[in-house]
Structures are given as structure tokens and as C-alpha cells.
Design a protein around this ligand. Structure first.
Ligand code: PLP
Length: 453
């Protein structure tokens, strides 16, 4: 099956609707069509190579065409591609559940599968609501989440990640959560020093929970790094305070590690930096090494036990998807976890992260328009501002972020901005010299576009 680039461009323009994309802009540009991948590089239909600077939307772990993952997929194809988990179990999903329970915080021993980060969150929210109802605490129907949280795009997930700019269209059917301001908010927006920002964020959470703790089903947080907000980092100390608040108000704690999970922050899971024991953990993206759509909601036994009852009482969790626990995806996920151990990925990330921090100081910090550099492990956001001293943001109409990524692409690098924040989130397999290329090329693109602004 071969198609010319022209043919593909034509079909894409006529038939495809791209996610998170103003299609009017898309249709005015020449699309980049990826045909192959090799290690940390993407290769387009014309054979041009691009360093994958955002790990194919934050999910690729070991690079593209990783031999062990390709083989795991092929081997599973020779057994079975899919069988349902409704009324049946399958081998890879069972093995994976055991392995996830082994590496997760010890509070979490039960795995409910789905196929996207948003569905992992949706499941956690529904489980929380049903849990409280089963316990006779029907008043616990509210959620508390962080300002500018992102938990996915299904309606429940949008409720806890509500942003008026993007979501007012759906407002009539949503119930936005009560929002608490993260430490970043106080540090960046209000210009507080880091210690004071941390204290202000904890005080804000205490105030909100004092007001609505008794009707709160769960607090949901992206631990350590609010990715889609523009890499809003949390300092050590914030998560334990939130965990303590959840306990004090008797509410559940859901940690959404769809982005931070599987090594990105320098531990397998971000909650492990501070030994947090959530009631639920949402996983996706890197769970298959970035190969296939699979997600998991890990749940505590205490919560699970509440759902056990005679059939005729209808207390089961009535939720499932056709491809829940898909054997191909689960087999690749098992191979992914084996690689984490065999290739000592976490130690490697810690080394690379230290190198990335040095490179950022060297290349980004001196730039006139760098306002802030935020990092946890191999997750980095470089916030660009028109005026550094006053922290004046660029006007969205200037499209500073998208112009920079276009410039980077001309130099063989694929990255994606979040507004005026340039995101770097390479595959965990990135080599030292590739990391240097990533940072130097990004800095070059920033300089070219922001000079004279
Ligand atoms: C923290 C977090 N939760 C949930 C999601 C949604 O995941 P998906 O796009 O797989 O639905 C994302 C995606 O970026 C995310 O960063």
C-alpha cells in the first residue's frame, strides 16, 4: 500500500478533522504526514526525519519501533487480538494487573481497564460517586480540583477540568468542580515567593474543603505537574498537605497520573516522590510505552469491597468499554514494564533530567523573553513573556508558541506549545546528544521568533 504525499494531503484536507485544531488554520497549511518512526525520530512521507520532542503527545517511552515491544505485539497477534473482559478474563490483562499492583503505591491493588486517559478519569469519578452512595453518604456528590486542571475531554472529565474559555459550550450539562488554586498560581500570577505560594495554596485548599468537605466525593489532582495547564509545577510539600486534607474531611483522593505516570517525573509514579497513598490512580499514555490505547484506574481494596453484594442488589459497577483490557495493548504494556526494569529506565530519567536542567540554564535562561522554566524529570515548560521583568504575557493573537514550533520543525524538531509555553517532553529513551539537539534547536527557534518582539 503506497500513496503519494500529494494524494494523502488531499485526502487529509478533504476528510480528516484533527483534534484540538482550528481547522481553518490547518487547511491553510501544508500538513506534515508521518509515515514511520525510528528510535526517537519521526519520519515523514518524503523521508525527512524529525526528533520527537513531545514523545507523540507525552506517551512514547522507549522510542519508536522498539524491538521488544514490536515482538510482544507480534507474539500476541499470533494468539488473539481481542476478547472481551465482560464475563471472561484474558492472559495479558491479568498479568498486567498483577504487575501494576506490584509497582503502584501499596494502597492500590485493584485494576479497572479502559482505553484513554479521559476514560480512566471518568471511571474514577463514577466509582467515587457510587462508593459514597453505597455507603449511605449520598450528599457527597461534589468534586474538588485544581484551577486549570486537565483530566481529559469526556463530559465528566471536563467537569473537573473546567475552563470557561474552552468549555462554556457544554456548560448546560456540566457540573464544574470546586476549584483550588495550586502553588504555581500564587507564585506566578500573584508573584509570591515559593514558600509563601505553597502556604497560600494550602490555605486556599483548607478554606475550600472547610466549606464543602462534607459534600465532597473526591479531590482530584495531577500530582507534581499540571501538564496541560502549561507545566505548572508543584513543590514538594503540596501533595502531602492535600492528602492530609482529604483524610481530615473523610473524602477520597484521586491522583491523575495519565501524564506524569511511567517515569516522566523521575519516579515510576509522581506520588512516589512523597509516598502519597491515593484512593485511586488514573493511568494511560505511557502504560503501553506509547504504542496502543490502554488506560487503567487503580483502586484501593477498601473502595472495591464496598461494591461487593448479592447480584440482585445491583451494586455492581455498571461500566465497561468494548476494548476494555484489550490483549494486544496489555501484552505490550507487560513488555513495557519489563523494559523499565531491564533497562533501568528510572535511573536513566534521573540522569537525563539533571542534564536537561543544566541545558535549560545554558540555553533558555539567558533568552530575553524567557519568563519561567518549570521542570519535573523529563517534563519541561518554558514560559515566554513579552516583558520579562513585568511578566507581561504575549497576546494570543501573536501565536508566539505556534510560530516557534513551525520554526523548530524547519530544523527537524517536532514540539508542541501550550499557548505561550513551549513544552519539552521527549521519550524517556532520549540520548544525551539528542537532548542537547532538542534544547539547542528549541532555543534557536525561540530566539528567531521572539527577536524584535
Ligand atoms: C493529566 C491528564 N489526564 C487525562 C488526560 C487525557 O488523556 P487522553 O488524551 O488519553 O484521554 C491527559 C492528556 O493529556 C492528561 O494530561
Amino acid at each position: 500500500m503506497t500513496f503519494s504525499t500529494r494524494q494523502l494531503v488531499d485526502w487529509d484536507r478533504r476528510h480528516v478533522w484533527h483534534p484540538f485544531t482550528q481547522m481553518q488554520d490547518w487547511l491553510a497549511q501544508e500538513p506534515l504526514i508521518i509515515e514511520r518512526g525510528e528510535g526517537n525520530y519521526l519520519i515523514d512521507t518524503e523521508g525527512r526525519r524529525y526528533l520527537d520532542g513531545v514523545s507523540s503527545l507525552w506517551c512514547n517511552v522507549h522510542g519508536h519501533r522498539k524491538k521488544e515491544l514490536d515482538e510482544a505485539l507480534r507474539e500476541q497477534c499470533e494468539r488473539i487480538a481481542h476478547s472481551t473482559m465482560l464475563g471472561l478474563a484474558n492472559v495479558p490483562a491479568t498479568v498486567l494487573a498483577k504487575q501494576l499492583a506490584d509497582i503502584a503505591p501499596r494502597s492500590l491493588q485493584r485494576v479497572f481497564y479502559s482505553d484513554a486517559g479521559a476514560t480512566a478519569v471518568e471511571i474514577a469519578l463514577k466509582l467515587a460517586l457510587q462508593y459514597w452512595s453505597l455507603r449511605g453518604e449520598e450528599q457527597r456528590t461534589r468534586f474538588v480540583s485544581l484551577t486549570e486542571a486537565y483530566h481529559g475531554d469526556t463530559l465528566g472529565a471536563v467537569g473537573v477540568g473546567y475552563s470557561d474559555t474552552f468549555h462554556h459550550f457544554y456548560r448546560p450539562v456540566l457540573r464544574p468542580s470546586r476549584q483550588i488554586k495550586p502553588p504555581h498560581y500564587f507564585r506566578w500570577v500573584e508573584g509570591q515567593d515559593p514558600d509563601r505560594a505553597l502556604r497560600s495554596a494550602i490555605a486556599d485548599a483548607e478554606q475550600v474543603l472547610d466549606a464543602c468537605g462534607a459534600v465532597t466525593a473526591a479531590i482530584i489532582v495531577e500530582p507534581l505537574m499540571q501538564g496541560a495547564a502549561g507545566m505548572w509545577a508543584q513543590p514538594i510539600g503540596y501533595l502531602p498537605a492535600i492528602e492530609a486534607l482529604a483524610r481530615r474531611h473523610g473524602t477520597l483522593l484521586i491522583c491523575d497520573e495519565v501524564a506524569t505516570g511511567f517515569g516522566r517525573t523521575g519516579e515510576m509514579f509522581a506520588v512516589q516522590h512523597e509516598n502519597i497513598q491515593p484512593d485511586m490512580l488514573c493511568l494511560g499514555k505511557g502504560i503501553t510505552g506509547g504504542y496502543l490505547p490502554l488506560a487503567a484506574t487503580l483502586v484501593s481494596e477498601k473502595l472495591f469491597a464496598q461494591f461487593l453484594a448479592p447480584y440482585e442488589e445491583f451494586q455492581a459497577f455498571f461500566h465497561g468499554h468494548t476494548y476494555t483490557g484489550n490483549p494486544l495493548a496489555a501484552a505490550v504494556a507487560v513488555a513495557n514494564l519489563e523494559l523499565f526494569e531491564r533497562e533501568k529506565i528510572i535511573e536513566r530519567v534521573q540522569r537525563r533530567a539533571a542534564h536537561l536542567a543544566e541545558l535549560a540554564q545554558l540555553h533558555f535562561a539567558p533568552l530575553d523573553h524567557t519568563g519561567d522554566i518549570r521542570q519535573w524529570g523529563l517534563m519541561m515548560g518554558v514560559e515566554l513573556v513579552r516583558d520579562r521583568r513585568r511578566r507581561t504575557p504575549y497576546d494570543p493573537a501573536e501565536r508566539i508558541g505556534s510560530r516557534i514550533i513551525d520554526e523548530a520543525r524547519r530544523h527537524g524538531l517536532v514540539i508542541r506549545p501550550l499557548g505561550n509555553v513551549i513544552i519539552l517532553m521527549p521519550p524517556l529513551s532520549i540520548e544525551e546528544v539528542e537532548l542537547e539537539t532538542l534544547v539547542a534547536t528549541t532555543a534557536g527557534a525561540i530566539r528567531t521568533i521572539t527577536e524584535g518582539t
